[in-house]
Design a protein around this ligand. Sequence first.
Ligand code: HEM
Length: 460
Amino acid sequence: MGDYPTVVITDPDHVNEIWCKQFQNFVNRPHFKSLDQFSSGFKNLSFSDYPLWSELRKLVAVSFTKSKVKGFSNLLETQTNYLIKTMNNYSIDNKPFNPKKYIHKLTLNIVCMIAFSKEINNDEDINEGDMARLTKPKEMIFKHLGSSNLGDFIELLRPLYYFKNKKFGDRLMEIQSYIKEIYDDHLLNLDLNNSPKDIMDQLIISTDGKEDIIIQTCIDFLIAGSDTVGVTIEWFLVYLSNNPTIQETCFKELFNAFNNNNNNNTNRNHDEDEKIIGFGDEWSNKTPFLNACIKEVMRIKPVTSLSLPRIAIDDAFVNGYRIPKGTQVIQNIYGLSNSDHFLNDPLTFNPYRWLEYEKLKSFQKDLQKQQLEQQTKLDCGENYKHKYFNDLDKISIPFSTGRRGCVGVQLGEAELYIVCANIIYNFKIGSWDGKIINEMEDFGITIHPSAHNLKISKRK
Ligand code: HEM
């Protein structure tokens, strides 16, 4: 790609070698101009180099462990309840529901609360107050980072991109000054006698107030932690709308899991009308089919389709291939999970494949035997099957893998579960015009569905 030699990796063995085994050599990201601008000189978690990255990652990772995420369950339930109430109004008024607008508000609110205790008023419109200050610049940043900037790859062309980069810089400054206000407020009210109330407090204490790093890392969470989850929920709604039988199976499973025992399992603090299923291992264990639907959505539409790029620090050998120092390495998450080289009928949305896989996994030996048999078919021309054929955990890696994989996996999974479960439990959903919703993806940093409206009917 321009000045950067680049390899795109679409093989589970090579992924394991680069992202896990040879992690130290591939830990850093390329130093593109736009990433430099976005991270104010690589001073955030997402784009910093080792060793600053390692320091920041340790500080931040403690806020996203499974037990920490369980502690956010009230926040997740409250935000989900707002969404269900809004959807309820749309169903009563029989109005078209635009999922993007409300789901992204929910995910943004969750990230803002966890990162710096900022709650966006539920009644606030997307074009007002905090929402307006955050959403517009965020969209522009997404567009800029998600489109190919030739100036990043071809140094000679950089001057031509001066004005585009300047506009990007202006939008960034809007978000930076928003977070700076929150930072100043945190400094003023820092309570050293109690445990930190959010990630920003934690970073202020641990980095001795390194303002630029703290502000940039909080921006990371806004960018990495809201749209990824929001867009995945949008895809979930598209596929369940387009597959009503699967939607009914999901609903029946939820109904059986949470309506038995006189609703003991649903949260009784909320209105009778909108039943809220809380998050926790014990809940999700009861709904294997819903879990399979969520996993299948992330397989067929992994929203960060090419992950975030890495760079080879030194010459490397990967399963017989030489990757020269300075090569950009791209993990093709989408290609891995959508290729018939690795999977049966990859373009069909089929959650049942996960149920079968889980069953097979519990008979691990059978799986190994099957893989061995497949390996022996290596020379059989058309019958050739990759040794990880249908091994879903190996080929579907929406959060990437290895030590620099997504830091927000637990939070992302918790949000996906609670929001998807509650929507299907409370409403029957379909396209507004009764037609199949377009499943082609629009490209940006994340791949997202094109704009569409849903018809939602309250379940009796
Ligand atoms: C469906 C939800 C999500 C998906 C599919 C996703 C996917 C990814 C992927 C593929 C990467 C690149 C990892 C690599 O370079 O190997 C990443 C990095 C990252 N994600 Fe996520 N993510 C999601 C949710 C979240 C959430 C909820 C947060 C936090 C609030 C988050 C924060 C981050 C951060 C900070 C990084 C950079 C990590 C680093 O460089 O150390 N993500 N994510």
